[in-house]
Design a protein around this ligand. Structure first.
Ligand code: MG
Length: 330
């Protein structure tokens, strides 16, 4: 196996999350050449702010023959891409488009009239990042919940604690709470506390997934799993979700268009096999960055990715023309 990379930068046009500090974000596209002649591509976009191993460390590790967990995922995705490219088919399923939620990373910049437009474009689910100011959180979220237009996913990214969560949920009426589809990573995972929290609403685990003990036949206080193919073992998550009958929300990793394409292609493939398994995705993240030749090839219509042309995950000519550096393994 030969690994080559192409380093890129993405320029955020709005604040991405509470952790993002830098102006531009760095990542690498990976090109994997297998001995059998297969060639596949994937993204590598670490978020050191969220605990990922920094990019340069992952690449230098590779030179010493050390494959990080994140690179392992990229290779897994690149392999899917390679197989499809070899036979000249697209991984993007035009016929089975998966709907996406509309992500509000920083609600301080969002007006209710903006959301009317979002609704008019066909979105019916909002995912809102919360957890830094309870007063503001309650004010904004209850406005959306009362409007009755949207289902809402609240993502605390572990920023809150039981008291914060309980105070916030208690501030909403039963009718308002019924508009909450789920609350994601409200606070660090704890079986008893999550069980308790479920009296208010359904719960999803994203980063907290790794702490859940999914023993055979055991009931877990988790209603949804957020799957990020960029960093999680897809096959493991899918087999657990199937066994425990927990629906999955596939999301991209606020990464390069290649990462977005992989996530959406995977989501529709999984949905085709088990319709109930895949709920609305969170893959429309290219709008958070300035446009580039790659993102321009992803055509988006309302909550759907409409098309990505080419074979595998697409971008054929762009990938062919990029300058690639081979990782020389010691
Ligand atoms: Mg999350």
């Amino acid at each position: 196996m030969k690994i080559s990379y192409h380093q890129y930068e993405l320029t955020p046009i709005i604040k991405l999350n509470l952790f993002a500090k830098k102006q531009t974000r760095e990542g690498c596209l990976l090109k994997i050449d297998w001995e059998n002649g297969h060639v596949g591509f994937a993204d590598l976009h670490p978020w050191p702010e969220l605990g990922d191993v920094p990019l340069d460390q992952q690449i230098s590790g590779l030179r010493n023959g050390k494959i990080s967990n994140q690179i392992e995922q990229s290779i897994y995705l690149a392999k899917r891409d390679a197989i499809a490219r070899k036979i000249g088919v697209s991984l993007f399923d035009q016929a089975l488009r998966v709907k996406n939620n509309y992500l509000i990373a920083d609600y301080s910049e969002v007006k209710m009239t903006d959301l009317d437009q979002v609704y008019a474009r066909g979105f019916n689910t909002l995912k809102v990042k919360v957890g830094r100011d309870i007063g503001e959180d309650i004010k904004f979220v209850s406005k959306i919940l009362s409007s009755g237009s949207f289902l809402v996913r609240l993502d605390y990214n572990n920023l809150s604690n039981w008291q914060y969560f309980e105070r916030m949920m208690s501030a909403f009426t039963q009718a308002q709470r019924s508009r909450i589809e789920y609350v994601e990573d409200p606070f660090p995972y704890n079986e008893i506390a999550y069980q308790e929290a479920r009296k208010f609403c359904q719960l999803a685990v994203d980063r907290e997934y790794s702490k859940v003990v999914f023993a055979e036949g055991k009931k877990v206080p988790v209603d949804f799993i957020v799957l990020k193919p960029a960093i999680q073992d897809v096959e493991e998550v899918v087999s657990i979700a199937l066994k425990h009958r927990i629906p999955i929300a596939v999301t991209s990793y606020m990464d390069h268009s290649l990462g977005v394409a992989h996530a959406i292609c995977l989501a529709s493939e999984l949905k085709k096999k088990n319709d109930w398994l895949i709920v609305q995705c969170g893959c429309l993240t290219t709008r958070f960055y300035g446009t580039d030749p790659f993102s321009q090839q992803i055509s988006i219509q309302g909550p759907y990715i409409q098309s990505i042309s080419g074979t595998g995950i697409g971008f054929d000519s762009l990938l062919k023309n990029l300058p690639w550096s081979e990782v020389r393994m010691k």
